[in-house]
Design a protein around this ligand. Structure first.
Ligand SMILES: [Ca+2]
Ligand SMILES: [Ca+2]
Ligand SMILES: [Ca+2]
Length: 495
């Protein structure tokens, strides 16, 4: 009897939930011509304003279903409304591809990841000296499922964060153990954002981060969450946005907000999709966005990657390791993970030349990439050239016409791994005709290390450092005549 009662009660609750769902007001995304008309619209139509993006002109209204038809017709005719569209789903293309976590701890030390990814890094021509060398730090936004709670090194680089899945909480990549979307996969999006963030951090270790958790643990998001993340990242001065989400349909909300972001000089990088089909998902297919296709470790199209003439560039999408949500190493495949390789490469490029012309980025990626058409018969011109990190960054650096030389100092992440010595790296913003002596210190300008010479025609010098300096600040300065400092750089030595 008890069991029956519980069953009956459960059945009644389930029916109520279904009923409430059916009756629940639907969200509509609206773009207004003028923000000042929002209040008048709410009152005139008797609808609820759920959320908005000041100063961007996007609004989320809630409209009761029984009046939706009539109100939508009127809104579409309203001269104050640019367009109105239902809040629509946008998902992580990776969420249903093969994934697994690992057992190798990676938090606190990137070197395990570099070891795992040796082939991938060689394939794209990555170079750590170049990656660490730009004189400015680029700000990269990651729109995904968040980052691991344990990843202190990423939180320390994060200058702003947003969580639209669980508003008010930090954007932690975590799962609830339930199959919320009823597809027989539990938390299939979990770890997706950690993987993307880990790859950005490997490719572009000096970048600052803006972290937006806009997709849930099932890898699901909506056009409104995407709007929130893109606007937030732009307002927080992200220069590059890596967004590993996609939909096969062209939504006005997505096209419109992507254009709003591009108009502000921000670079949007997105995956082509994993359907093994001749289509590019949006936002990668949006005009002005950079569309990334996926190749395997031999530069053949990854068997799941889509292809399209919209593809701007291809990058490895298989067999790479990154950060997993629980702080170990994760392995996952998908164009979602080719995307951060491109976003990270552009971030390094911008660290050498922050005012690079954004409109020509697709041409620069094509021009500096490696042609893989011969390896991919039948897909010629539909994957893009394969990303070449070093050639791209060097080409961007040549665009920088500033005369002043500046320096950065960093620690080679390959070098500090349990031994007693590491390698400090000094990189100049441009080569000089004569050798340059750079003054170095540790622990504030307290302890002089000595002078390090950057040879004529070179931009780089290395010097030994001790692991007992972990936690200390390592610094370098270029002096000009009369002891005046022209440029100085500092770097915290972390394990
Ligand atoms: Ca699921
Ligand atoms: Ca879940
Ligand atoms: Ca494009």
């Amino acid at each position: 009897m008890q069991a029956l009662r519980i069953l009956a009660k459960t059945w009644w609750v389930a029916l109520m939930v279904l009923f409430c769902r059916a009756a629940a007001a639907q969200g509509y995304v609206v773009k207004l011509h003028d923000a000042s008309s929002a209040n008048a619209i709410i009152h005139e139509y008797g609808i609820e304003l759920v959320d908005w993006t000041d100063p961007a002109p996007f609004y989320l209204f809630s409209i009761p279903p029984r009046r939706a038809g009539e109100i939508l017709d009127a809104l579409r005719e309203d001269w104050r409304v640019d367009w109105v569209e239902s809040e629509l789903p946008v998902d992580s293309p990776g969420a249903n591809t093969r994934s697994r976590g690992g057992t190798i701890p990676v938090v606190g030390s990137r070197s395990n990841l570099y070891d795992q990814n040796t082939h991938m890094l060689e394939q794209i021509g990555w170079d750590e000296g170049v990656a660490l060398g730009g004189p400015t730090r680029t700000r990269v936004a990651i729109l995904d499922t968040g980052i691991p709670f344990e990843a202190r090194h990423l939180w320390e680089k994060s200058v702003a964060w947003l969580n639209t899945v669980d508003p008010g909480s930090p954007p932690i990549d975590e799962g609830n153990g339930f199959d919320d979307n009823d597809n027989d996969l539990i938390d299939e999006g979990l770890g997706h954002g950690s993987m993307v963030a880990g790859l950005i951090d490997q490719i572009s270790p000096n970048s600052e981060l803006v972290i937006c958790r806009i997709a849930d643990d099932e890898g699901e998001s909506t056009s409104w969450h995407l709007i929130k993340g893109l606007v937030f990242s732009t307002l927080n001065e992200a220069q590059v946005i890596s967004v590993s989400l996609g939909t096969p349909f062209e939504f006005r909300a997505v096209s419109s907000v992507v254009q709003w972001v591009l108009d502000r000089g921000v670079v949007v990088v997105a995956p082509i999709g994993n359907d093994s089909a001749p289509i590019a998902l949006y936002p990668s297919a949006n005009e002005g966005a950079l569309c990334v296709s996926g190749v395997d470790d031999q530069d053949h199209r990854a068997d799941f990657s889509n292809w399209s003439e919209r593809a701007d560039v291809s990058a490895p999408a298989t067999g790479m390791a990154s950060l997993w949500w629980d702080g170990t190493i994760g392995f996952w495949e998908g164009t979602s993970f080719a995307t951060p390789l491109v976003a990270g490469t552009i971030a390094v490029g911008l660290s050498y030349c922050a005012d690079l012309e954004r409109d020509s980025l697709d041409d620069l990626l094509a021009e500096t990439g490696d042609c893989i058409d011969e390896l991919n018969p039948g897909y010629e011109g539909q994957l893009g050239n394969r990303l070449n990190f070093q050639r791209f960054v060097m080409r961007v650096r040549d665009e920088d016409d500033s005369d002043v030389v500046s320096l950065t100092i960093s620690v080679n992440p390959f070098a500090i791994r349990g031994g007693t010595e590491g390698v400090g790296v000094i990189t100049l913003s441009r080569p000089l005709d004569e050798a340059l002596w750079v003054y170095t210190w540790v622990d504030g300008p307290g302890t002089t290390l000595g002078w390090v010479m950057v040879p004529a025609g070179s931009t780089r010098a290395e010097f030994p450092i001790l692991t007992e300096w972990v936690g200390d600040s390592l610094g370098a300065s270029i002096y000009v005549q009369a002891g005046e400092i022209l440029s100085t750089g500092e770097f915290m030595v972390i394990p």
